[in-house]
Design a protein around this ligand. Sequence first.
Ligand SMILES: *Cc1c(COP(=O)(O)O)cnc(C)c1O
Length: 376
Amino acid sequence: MITFNKPYFTGNEIIYIEQAVQSGKISGNGDFTKKCQSYFESTYGFGKCLLTSSCTDALEMAAILCDIQLGDEVIMPSYTFVSTANAFVLRGAKIVFADSYSDNPNIDADKIESLITEKTKAIVPVHYAGVACNMDKIMELANRYNLFVVEDAAQAIDSFYLNAKGEKKALGSIGHFAAFSFHETKNIISGEGGMLVVNESKYVARAEIIWEKGTNRSSFFRGEIDKYGWVDIGSSFLPSEITAAFLWAQFENIEQIQTRRLELWNHYYCELKVWAQNNQVHLPKIPEYATNNAHMFYLACPNLEFRNNLIEKLKKCNVLAVFHYQSLHKSPYFLINHNNRDLINSDYFTDCLVRLPLFFDLKNKYIDIIVNIITK
Ligand SMILES: *Cc1c(COP(=O)(O)O)cnc(C)c1O
């Protein structure tokens, strides 16, 4: 069986976890947490980084920081994971879904402006497959209409956006806030895990308070105040040191991980290019302003039947390929309070996208086997 995903272990995870245990402090915000956070801040030019227990948590923190109130509107793609929407729904927001591009699952930046109203508070671009959204356009709209931008960068570690000025910006460093995931299906993992990036310093103090259950405990530990207490809303968003220790071992190997994933991705691309062209199948498109972090290799099939047949054939040959994201605007929870709308491109990716196995330990020869099954 060729599985869809297999978590990669660098070998140092256990060593660092042991160190964390030996240190006698395994709750959150210890040495490994700080190491991970400052690594990120310095490597990618992020603002303040705070590790969280998941990307879902980081998105919830971002929604609190945007000060979302009942009835505020938040614009995001329909083709995304439920957490992108739930984080804002939990704060009382009304979600306004925008369509994807026809040739790329990311939010179509040209379709955002017509959705902005007096009540719009934030735009949440999702960098699908680690491929950048059109951030120049999105930031221009956000500045013009005074909106927050929260990047759902769950899949976008070590990926970049080339802006109109020719600068290369890490995804997650552009919006007011960004959320990353270290779930075991992502490039860099800790089982469950995530990180909030706060790119504007005026929100850092509040972010730390929300992170620490609504208390000013972080200031207390820095010796800035002599007792700590309940000063705001918040929750227990920080992960334990065991998770952070695991993550540190992964970061240390990020270059090796990314290089190998890219090799695998390019192998698929080269082998499938001609077949795809001849069969109305689309391979991932990387716009000129984006880089590829090889988070995912997917095919966009001509229709649902083609996609389902392909998954069946692969399954019969012991290869697990998967599809995902039912357009959120058509989900049962959303339809309780809203009418069904047509978002043609989002629905197209819902019906037609299939993800192929891609993980560090996958051998090139297995890609050849998968490609053979597909092209036959
Ligand atoms: C994985 C993912 C999430 C959720 O990440 P968790 O760490 O599992 O909470 C959110 N958004 C997108 C786009 C994702 O791919």
